[in-house]
Write a new protein. Structure first.
Length: 605
C-alpha cells in the first residue's frame, strides 16, 4: 500500500468517525434521560447488519424450541407400541439431527454480522469521545481528573458493549424462547398455559422490589471506580516524589483506604444482587416442581400423554430459566445503562471551544494587543487580572515577571486562547481572539512549557510532532539551532532512540531542548516560553538560552521567567503584581528605576 493510499484510508476513517461523533451527539441530545433509547440510537446506520444478524440468530437457535416436541413424539411413539412407531422415531430423529446441524453456518453468519456491528459502534463511540475531549476547553480538563476520563473511554464503553451483547443476544434469546414456548403450550393445552401465566406476576414483583436498590448501589460503585482510577494514576505520577521522601507506606495506606472503600461498595452491590438472584431462583424452582406435579396428575388421569409431561416440563423449565435469566440480567443492564449516561456526560458537555465556523487566519504577523483585559476564575470573586493594557509589536520580545500567582501564566493562556477575558479584548493583528477560528490561529503559534511534555515514541517523532513532512536537511538545521546535536550524538539510536513514558530516560535539559526543537519545526509567528529554564542547572540553562536566542529571532515572543538574568535581552519587561502591570520597560530602565524589578533582581544576586 502506498503512502497516498494510507493517507486516503486514514482520511476516510477520520471522516467516518467525525460523522459518527455528530450522530452520537444528536442521539444523546434527542434521547437525554432515556438510556435504553440512547443505546439503540447508537446503532443507527448499522440496523441492516443487525437485522440480518437477528434473522440468522433465530434460525440457528430454533432447534431448542423443536427439541421438546420431538422428544415428546419419540417418547409417545416408544410407549404406545403402535404400528409405525419405529418410523416415527426415525423421522423425528433424522429431522432433529439436520435441524441441529444447520447451527454451524447460521451461527457463524450471525456472529460475524453482530460482532462487526458492535465493534464498529465501539470504535465510533471511542473515537467520538476522543474527538470531544479534543474540543473541550482547557478549564474542563483542568477540573476533570484524567483517570475519570480514561475510565469513561475504556471501562464505560466496554460496559456498553457488554450491555449490547446482553440485549441483542441474551435478551433476544429470552424473548424468543418465552414466546415460542408459550405459543406451543397455548396450542396444546390452555389449562397448562394458565398455570404458566402465574409465574409472570411473580417475576414482575421481584424485579420491582430490587430494581431501585440495584441501580442505587451500582451508581455508587461506578463513581467509586472512577475515583479509584483517578487516584491510581495520581499515585503512579507521584512515585518518584514518594520514593524520594520515603513516603511509600503513607501512600500505600492512602490507596489501601480507597481500595477498601471500593471493596465495601462492591460488596454491597454483590450482596444485593445475590439476594435478588437467590430469591428469584427459589421462587421459580418451587414453581417448576409444582408444574411437574400438576402435569403428572393430569397424565395419571389420562388428560395428557406421558410424552406431553416431558414436553410441558421442558417448556416450563425454559420459561422459568428465561425469566430467571431476565432477573439475572437486571444488574448487568443497570450497569450498562449507567455507562451510557456516563459517556453522555462527556458528549453532552457544553464546555467546548467552538470556533470552527469563525473566520480563519491564513497569516499571522504577531502584533498582540491586550485592551483593558480583566480575568477571574469561575467561582472566584477575586480578580487575577484587572485593566491590563499592553501593545506588543510584531517581532518584539516581552518578558513577564512577578511573584507566584501574580497572573503571568494567565496572560500567556489568554494569548494562547486557553482562557477568555472576563472584560476587555485580546487582539492578534487587530483580530479579537473571540471572533476567529482558534485552530487556524494556533498553527502560527508555538509553546515551550515549563514541564516538557513528551510522548512515548522516537526523538524524531517528538520533534516533528504535527510536521511529519519536514525534510531531513531542515530537521538537521533545527537540531543544531536547538543545541540538540550533542544529545542526538550520544543516543544509542540517534533520532530513532525511543523516549520512555514522560521522557524518563532523558534529563530535564535534554527534554527541554527537544521541546524547543519542536517549537522550531512549526516556524511560528508567535512564541510562548513559560519558565522554560526554571528547573535546570546552569550548564543546561546556558545551552537552552542559546537555543532560545536562535528561536526568538524575528518572532513575537512572550516569556515568563523566574530567573531575571535570563531576560536581560528582552525588548520590554512587564512586572505583574496585584492583577496589574506595576512596571514596564527595558531591563536597564527598570534597573535604573530601582523599583519592584530592581528589588527582585537584588534578591536573586
Amino acid at each position: 500500500m502506498t503512502q497516498q493510499d494510507t493517507y486516503k484510508k486514514n482520511s476516510d476513517t477520520e471522516e467516518k468517525l467525525d460523522n459518527a461523533e455528530k450522530e452520537f451527539l444528536s442521539t444523546f441530545k434527542r434521547e437525554k434521560g432515556h438510556s435504553l433509547r440512547t443505546l439503540l440510537g447508537l446503532y443507527k446506520g448499522h440496523y441492516t447488519d443487525l437485522s440480518f444478524s437477528i434473522v440468522f440468530f433465530i434460525i440457528k437457535h430454533s432447534p431448542t424450541w423443536a427439541l421438546p416436541v420431538v422428544t415428546a413424539n419419540i417418547i409417545n411413539a416408544a410407549t404406545n407400541n403402535a404400528a409405525g412407531s419405529l418410523r416415527t422415531i426415525l423421522i423425528n430423529t433424522l429431522f432433529m439431527i439436520l435441524f441441529i446441524a444447520q447451527n454451524v453456518p447460521t451461527n457463524y453468519l450471525h456472529t460475524w454480522l453482530y460482532a462487526k456491528t458492535v465493534r464498529n459502534v465501539e470504535l465510533e463511540l471511542r473515537g467520538a469521545l476522543v474527538r470531544k475531549l479534543q474540543q473541550l476547553s482547557i478549564s474542563y480538563h483542568t477540573e476533570m481528573q484524567s483517570g475519570r476520563l480514561q475510565s469513561k473511554i475504556m471501562r464505560d464503553v466496554e460496559q456498553i458493549e457488554t450491555l449490547s451483547s446482553q440485549l441483542f443476544i441474551t435478551m433476544l434469546a429470552i424473548i424468543l424462547n418465552i414466546t415460542v414456548s408459550v405459543f406451543i403450550v397455548a396450542f396444546k393445552s390452555r389449562i397448562i398455559l394458565v398455570f404458566f401465566a402465574v409465574t409472570i406476576p411473580v417475576a414482575v414483583v421481584i424485579m420491582t422490589v430490587f430494581k431501585g436498590r440495584i441501580k442505587k448501589y451500582n451508581t455508587v460503585f461506578r463513581r467509586d471506580i472512577e475515583e479509584t482510577s483517578a487516584r491510581v494514576m495520581e499515585m503512579v505520577e507521584l512515585i518518584p516524589v514518594t520514593r524520594a521522601h520515603a513516603l511509600e507506606n503513607r501512600e500505600t495506606e492512602k490507596m489501601d483506604r480507597q481500595l477498601e472503600h471500593v471493596a465495601k461498595s462492591g460488596l454491597k452491590l454483590d450482596m444485593i444482587q445475590t439476594l435478588f438472584g437467590s430469591v428469584s431462583w427459589v421462587c421459580f424452582q418451587i414453581f417448576q416442581v409444582i408444574c411437574l406435579a400438576f402435569s403428572s396428575v393430569m397424565a395419571s388421569r389420562g388428560a395428557i400423554s406421558i410424552g406431553d409431561v416431558v414436553m410441558y416440563q421442558s417448556y416450563f423449565t425454559t420459561i422459568v430459566g428465561q425469566i430467571s435469566a431476565v432477573i439475572g440480567l437486571l444488574p448487568v443492564i443497570t450497569k450498562g445503562l449507567e455507562s451510557v449516561d456516563s459517556v453522555g456526560d462527556i458528549l453532552l458537555s457544553g464546555d467546548i471551544e467552538d470556533s470552527d465556523k469563525k473566520p480563519k487566519l491564513e497569516k499571522v504577523d504577531g502584533h498582540i494587543e491586550l485592551k483593558n483585559v480583566g480575568f477571574s476564575y469561575p467561582g472566584s470573586s477575586v480578580p487575577v487580572l484587572e485593566g491590563i493594557n499592553l501593545d506588543i509589536p510584531r517581532g518584539s520580545t516581552v518578558a513577564f515577571v512577578g511573584g507566584s500567582g501574580a497572573g503571568k501564566s494567565t496572560i500567556l493562556n489568554l494569548v494562547i486562547g486557553f482562557l477568555r477575558p472576563v472584560t476587555g479584548q485580546v487582539l492578534i493583528d487587530g483580530h479579537d481572539l473571540s471572533s476567529i477560528n482558534m485552530k487556524s490561529y494556533r498553527t502560527h503559534l508555538s509553546v515551550v512549557p515549563q514541564q516538557s511534555i513528551l510522548f512515548t515514541g522516537t526523538i524524531r517523532e517528538n520533534i516533528t510532532y504535527g510536521k511529519d513532512d519536514i525534510s531531513d536537511e531542515r530537521l538537521r538545521e533545527i537540531i543544531k539551532a536547538a543545541n540538540l546535536d550533542d544529545v542526538i550524538a550520544d543516543m544509542p539510536d540517534g533520532l530513532n532512540t525511543m523516549v520512555s513514558e514522560h521522557g524518563n530516560n532523558l534529563s530535564g535539559g535534554q527534554k527541554q531542548r527537544i521541546s524547543i526543537a519542536r517549537a522550531f519545526i512549526r516556524d511560528p509567528a508567535i512564541l510562548i516560553l513559560d519558565e522554560a529554564t526554571s528547573a535546570l542547572d546552569s550548564v543546561s540553562e546556558k545551552k537552552i538560552q542559546d537555543a532560545v536566542q536562535n528561536l526568538i529571532k524575528g518572532r513575537t515572543t512572550l516569556i515568563v521567567a523566574h530567573r531575571l538574568s535570563t531576560i536581560r535581552n528582552a525588548d520590554h519587561i512587564a512586572v505583574i503584581g496585584g492583577g496589574i502591570i506595576g512596571e514596564y520597560g527595558t531591563y536597564d530602565e527598570l534597573m535604573r528605576k530601582k523599583g519592584v524589578f530592581y528589588r527582585m533582581h537584588e534578591l536573586q544576586v
